[in-house]
Write a protein that binds this ligand. Structure first.
Ligand SMILES: Nc1ncnc2c1ncn2[C@@H]1O[C@H](COP(=O)(O)OP(=O)(O)OP(=O)(O)O)[C@@H](O)[C@H]1O
Ligand SMILES: Cc1ncc(C[n+]2csc(CCOP(=O)(O)O)c2C)c(N)n1
Ligand SMILES: [Mg+2]
Ligand SMILES: [Mg+2]
Ligand SMILES: [Mg+2]
Length: 286
C-alpha cells in the first residue's frame, strides 16, 4: 500500500476534486488563492550529507514548486519544524528564508515542536487570476506533452553521481516557468516531484486522457538514464500539455516528449509505462 492508495480514501471523504491537483484553489472574486502543504522527514527525504540550510531550502522549494505548477505567483510559506535537536532551527530557517526570497515569497510563519525524527511541514500560499489558473484537468487528445528541467538528475545523485548533488539537495522550483507557461495558455500542468512516469499517470487520471511518449525525446543529462528520468523523483520540473499553436513559449526551456491520446493508457514506444516512482509505502496489513 502506498500514499496514492491512501489518497483514494481521503478522496472518498473530501471529494476527488480536492485530491486531484497539486494545490487547493479557493476562489476570491476573480482571483484565486492557491494553497499547498508538504511533509518531509529525515529518513526518506533528507539524504545524509545535507546541511540544515539545505534541508530548509528543500522544504520551501517543494511547496513553491506545487504553487508554480498552478500558474500562481507565490506569496508566503509557513514552516512547521518537528525538531530532534533544538539547535537545528537556525540553519533550517535560514535555508527556507533564502529559498522563499529567491522565488519572491516571504517565510511568514510556522510552528516548532519536538519530534524524534526531524520532520518539516511547509505550507505555501499563492495567488492566480482566473484566466491563468492551471490544473491537472485540462489535457486534451491532440495536445502535445512537454517537460521542463533535467529529469533524473536528483535520482542520479542519490545513486552517487556527485555532480548532480545540488540538483538533489537545492532544487529550484520552476516559479518563473510556471507563470510564463500559464500566461502562454497551456492546457494542463503539474510538477514532476515523484518522477515523470507517476506524474503522467496522475495527469492521465485527472484529465481522462492517455499519453504516447517518445523515449528518444526525453531530455537526458550526461550520465542520466531514461529509467531514472522516468522513475526517480526530486527534480521539480513541470509537466505540461498544450496545443502546438502556443509554442514556442519564450524564455522557457522545455522538451516535447509525446502526444496526448484518448486511449487512457500511458505508453512509451507503444508499451505501457511502469507505474513506478517516488512514493511512500506501508507494508500491507500493518
Ligand atoms: N491527507 C490529505 N488530506 C487532504 N488532502 C490531501 C491529503 N494528502 C494529499 N492531499 C491533496 O491531494 C492532492 C494530491 O496530493 P499529492 O501529495 O499527490 O500532490 P503533490 O503535493 O503535488 O505531490 P508531492 O506529495 O509529491 O509533492 C493535493 O491537492 C493535496 O493537497
Ligand atoms: C531518499 C530521497 N529520495 C528522493 C528525494 C527527492 N525528493 C525530495 S522531496 C520529494 C518529493 C516530494 O515529497 P512528498 O511526495 O513526500 O511530498 C522527492 C522525491 C530525496 N530528497 N530523498
Ligand atoms: Mg506536485
Ligand atoms: Mg507537493
Ligand atoms: Mg504531497
Amino acid at each position: 500500500m502506498d500514499d496514492r492508495d491512501l489518497l483514494q480514501v481521503v478522496s472518498g471523504i473530501i471529494g476527488k476534486e480536492r485530491t486531484s491537483d497539486d494545490c487547493c484553489m479557493i476562489k476570491l472574486g476573480d482571483e484565486n488563492i492557491i494553497l499547498s502543504t508538504d511533509m518531509l522527514h529525515e529518513s526518506t527525504d533528507f539524504p545524509k550529507g545535507m546541511t540544515d540550510w539545505q534541508i530548509g531550502w528543500m522544504s520551501a522549494a517543494v511547496t513553491l514548486s506545487d504553487i508554480a505548477s498552478c500558474g500562481a505567483v507565490p506569496l508566503a510559506v509557513l514552516l512547521a519544524a518537528g525538531l530532534d535537536e533544538p539547535e537545528r532551527i537556525s540553519g533550517i530557517t535560514l535555508g527556507a528564508k533564502d529559498c522563499c526570497e529567491r522565488f519572491g515569497a516571504e517565510l511568514a510563519g510556522g510552528d516548532i515542536d519536538f519530534h524524534s525524527e526531524l520532520t518539516i511541514v511547509t505550507t505555501g500560499i499563492g495567488r492566480v487570476e482566473d484566466e491563468y489558473y492551471k490544473s491537472r484537468r485540462g489535457a486534451k487528445p491532440g495536445d502535445i506533452i512537454c517537460v521542463t528541467g533535467t529529469p533524473g538528475c536528483a535520482g542520479a545523485a542519490l545513486e552517487g553521481a556527485l555532480r548532480y548533488w545540488k540538483n538533489l539537495v537545492e532544487p529550484l522550483p520552476a516559479v518563473r516557468e510556471g507563470r510564463l507557461l500559464a500566461v502562454a495558455g497551456v492546457s494542463s500542468m503539474m510538477d514532476v516531484s515523484d518522477g515523470i512516469a507517476l506524474s503522467l499517470y496522475d495527469l492521465s487520471e485527472s484529465s481522462g486522457v492517455g499519453f504516447e511518449i517518445f523515449p528518444d525525446k526525453i531530455p537526458l543529462s550526461s550520465g542520466v538514464s531514461a529509467e531514472l528520468a522516468l522513475h526517480s523523483g526530486g527534480d521539480f520540473g513541470l509537466l505540461f500539455t498544450c496545443g502546438r499553436d502556443i509554442l514556442p513559449v519564450l524564455d522557457v526551456d522545455y522538451a516535447e516528449i509525446g502526444v496526448v491520446t484518448d486511449s487512457g493508457e500511458v505508453l512509451c514506444d507503444g508499451v505501457p509505462v511502469e507505474k513506478r516512482g517516488y512514493s511512500h509505502s506501508w507494508i500491507d496489513g500493518s
